[in-house]
Design a protein. Structure first.
Length: 156
């Protein structure tokens, strides 16, 4: 998941850069890609990011940029951990829809049956159960992650 945060940041910045003018031609080497990413992160004032490219199941490029910890000025490394953020929702949705297409999951599947270990209170479970589709659409009725949790950033 480490690469997803970096990927999300770079994809956003690449799209923003392309929207400002003519889209740049694709990089023709990993060195050129590295230089472009460094410039884009600097231009976008991204404090730190990490990229991993995987081709045919093999890692072909891993690079960290900027700082993993801005307060302590700790450089980002290949071992740095960044929040995956909302990009994980897209990856999860793709995985779920792949299984739906393969008929291994149903969007109408009840969460209580698909993942009985997930405990939640739904007073309308008998008539209106939480279904897989509700998770993907964010229509479960569950509260969103609180700002307090985000601010804690794992400091419990």
């Amino acid at each position: 998941m480490r690469f997803l945060a970096g990927f999300a940041a770079s994809a956003s910045l690449l799209c923003a850069t392309a929207a400002l003018g003519d889209a740049p031609k694709p990089a023709t080497s990993l060195g050129q890609l590295d230089a472009r990413l460094a410039a884009i992160f600097k231009q976008g004032q991204v404090p730190g990011a990490e990229i991993a490219l995987v081709e045919h199941g093999q890692v072909v490029f891993v690079k960290a940029y900027g700082l993993a910890d801005t307060a302590r000025k700790i450089p980002a490394t290949a071992e740095s951990v960044f929040r995956a953020g909302s990009i994980s929702k897209s990856i999860t949705a793709i995985a779920v829809m792949t299984l739906v297409e393969r008929k291994k999951l149903s969007l109408d599947g009840k969460l209580a049956e698909l993942a009985p270990e997930v405990k939640f209170a739904n007073p309308w479970e008998k008539t209106d159960p939480v279904r897989l589709v509700h998770l993907l659409e964010h229509t479960t009725g569950w509260p969103d992650i609180s700002t307090k949790i985000l601010v804690q950033d794992g400091k419990g």
